[in-house]
Every structure is written in C-alpha cells, then in structure tokens.
Design a protein around this ligand. Structure first.
Ligand SMILES: [Zn+2]
Length: 391
C-alpha cells in the first residue's frame, strides 16, 4: 500500500484535509482516517509526503494529436514516415505525463497510430497517459485535414467510414463539420459534412454508445453537428447564442481548444506559420471571446481540450489551457471540473476525474490549491498514473 500523506485533496467535491491510500492502481481510501481504514500503519509500505501540498486528479485532455509535434507548418509532416510519426508520439506521451496529464483523447492521427499508442501504453511498452483514440477523421473529399483523414461523401459512405474506425477499435468517432485553420484553401467556418452525412455518422456510433466529436468553427456547422446528436463540438470558435443554447439544451459538450488559437496567433508568420493559417487564426481569435460569453451565459457544459500537436501547442504545456479557460471567464473550480469529471464524462470513463476510493490512482501533487490558483497545475511536484509514480 502506498500512502500520500498529510496533504489536502482538491477535486470537484471541494478541498479537504486527507491522506490518500493507493494499491493495485486504485485509490483505496481517502480521508483523515485513511490509515485506519487500510488497517493501520503496518499496511503502509511506501509513502509520499504531501504536507503543505494538494492532491488532485490527473488532468484529462479531450483533444490531442499524438503524431504531431507543434511544428509551425503541419503540412511539412506529410512526407514523414509512419515510424517517425510513431516515435514522435512516444515523446509527446512522455511530455504529457510529466505535465500531470494522465488521460488523453486523440482526435485524428494517421491510420491506427494513436489506437496502437493506446495499446502500447496499456501494455507497458511506453510511458504515457491512458490514450483513447478515434482512428482516422471522417471528412468530406478535399475537406479539412484531408492529408490524413478518411474522405467520404454521402450518408452511406460516411456510415461505412465511421464503421471502419469502430472495427479498428476506435473509442470515439471524429468528423469535420466545417473547414479549419490549418488546411490551405479550406474556409474556416464553412460547413463541410452535410446534415444528412452527420446524421449517418452519429447513427453509426449509436449502437455501441460510442462518443462522437465534430470539428466545427462556424455557427451553421456547429448547429448541424448538434442537431445530428454529436457528443462534443471541438473548437466552436464562431458559436452564437442560438448554437450555445442548443448545446446547453442537449448537453452537448464544448471543447474550446484555446491553446490551438494562441499557438497560431501568438507566434505568427515570423515563426514560420503559413500566412493563410495566421490570417484565419487571427480572425478566429477575434470572435472566440464572444463564443465564450455565449457558452458561459447559456451554461454549455465544457470539457478541457488543447488540440496539442498543432503549431506551438506542445504536450508539455497542456495545463496552460486551464489558465486560458480562466482568462475567458471560467472560475478555477470550473476549469478543474472541465479537465476532470466533465472530460471523463465526455470520454465515457467512470473511473477517473475524482480523488475517491474505487477510482484509478491517476493523481497529481501540486504546490497550491488549483481551485484558488489555476496556475498550480503547471508545475506538478509528482504525478501518479494508475498508482505508479511516473514523475
Ligand atoms: Zn484537432
């Protein structure tokens, strides 16, 4: 039995004094009487001193690309071999873990790269957070991300493309409901998959209750995706009040990925980002604050996601997304909720997101209470993944 002793625990249920006992990858007892619960001091084999520190759930990032490395121009990775992309994923997963991120959801890599990365972590072959993945993105011919997506047109073909991902072991299905910032020629907000195609897409996921995610910037694309019953809108940059109200009404999650926009806008063409992407990014950034106002006013459920791997958006910096969310108006406690229980709910996981007996021992030890100081997430003193101290 490992005991994290003498600290406070902070999760969605609040901050309180508590020791945390861990065994076989799980949390077995939490509280001031945790030692008594596990059978006294004799049951404690090893311990971590958390006096003055705060034990919180490991972060869950609902939107990453493990094969991408934050280079300024994503198009230059097209000619990389699958092996190169795979080794890059190994480095990204290690960086995420060091940053206190214990679960990631990959929303688009080549072939089965991210699905296989999840297997490699589960088998203990590489160190990393638990990886859930969508396989390949389902997109219209020529649509956003077409260099690695599965192009499909018409409801029947979209349904088949979605089923192919399920056959490959996808934990989530991802499609493109609008154009994007990083694909040259694509218009950021313009609808891509049609309402009928989106309906076929979500219908393919329904029998297995597989979550679905739609990349959507423009308000029409967002509404199309929400009406089709999508589980989460990714980016949602041009969300208007009507779209926000539709999402709140249906419980559709918003994954804002502020880090992706900041990476493009804060670095610009002088850092090597293509001019076309910078121009679209700046336009998007101008509207993004309004999207936050609409989402917060309508009470849209929010899950944390970064789009890590896009330009200057590194896995090591994932916890900065929580600070950005607070900049846009979420409370630090709201950011914690978005990055723990909300993200877990969106991913369909019921064993992570809380510091509670029976949950996976995915934990970070922080110098301060993240519900008071959101920057506390950025320098974890130690990280536990499934009970193992990994950083
Ligand atoms: Zn993405």
């Amino acid at each position: 039995m490992h005991l994290i002793r003498g600290g406070r625990v902070a999760d969605v249920d609040g901050t309180r004094e508590a020791d945390v006992a861990v065994a076989d990858g799980e949390i077995v007892a939490v509280g001031t009487d945790a030692v008594a619960e596990i059978g006294g001091e004799d049951a404690v084999d090893t311990e971590t001193d958390a006096s003055g520190a705060v034990v919180a759930p490991g972060l869950i990032d609902a939107h990453v690309h493990v094969m991408m490395d934050g280079r300024p121009d994503v198009a230059t990775a097209v000619s990389d071999s699958d092996y190169t992309a795979s080794y890059r994923a190994v480095g990204n997963l290690r960086d995420a873990l060091d940053a206190g991120v214990t679960t990631v959801r990959d929303l688009g890599s080549r072939g089965t790269l991210a699905l296989d990365a999840g297997d490699a972590v589960a088998a203990g072959n590489v160190d990393g957070p638990r990886v859930l993945a969508c396989g390949r993105n389902v997109i219209m011919t020529g649509g956003h991300g077409n260099w690695f997506g599965r192009e499909a047109d018409g409801p029947a073909e979209v349904r088949k493309a979605a089923r192919e991902q399920l056959k490959a072991g996808a934990d989530v299905l991802k499609c493109m409901a609008t154009g994007g910032v990083l694909t040259e020629g694509a218009v950021t907000g313009a609808p891509e998959l049609t309402p009928a195609e989106l309906a076929a897409f979500t219908d393919a996921a329904a029998p297995t209750d597989t979550p679905t995610a739609a990349h959507a910037h423009g308000e029409q694309g967002i509404k199309n995706a929400v009406e089709a019953g999508i589980s989460s809108v990714e980016h949602g940059t041009f969300m208007d009040r009507e779209a926000a109200e539709m999402m709140a009404e249906r419980g559709t999650y918003w994954v804002p990925t502020a880090s992706a926009l900041r990476g493009v806008v804060d670095h610009g063409t002088e850092a090597g980002i293509p001019a076309d992407a910078v121009e679209k990014g700046e336009d998007a950034a101008e509207r993004f604050g309004d999207a936050w106002d609409h989402a917060l006013a309508a009470d849209v459920p929010i899950a944390m996601g970064t789009d890590a791997g896009t330009p200057f958006n590194f896995f090591a910096d994932i916890p900065t997304e929580l600070e950005y969310m607070v900049d846009y108006g979420l409370s630090p406690a709201g950011a914690l909720e978005a990055a723990t229980v909300n993200a877990a709910d969106l991913l369909g996981l019921d064993d992570v997101g809380r510091v509670e007996a029976g949950y996976r021992a995915d934990l970070v030890v922080l110098a301060a209470d993240p519900t008071e100081d959101v920057t506390a997430w950025q320098e974890p003193e130690s990280v536990f993944a499934a009970g193992e101290r990994v950083a």
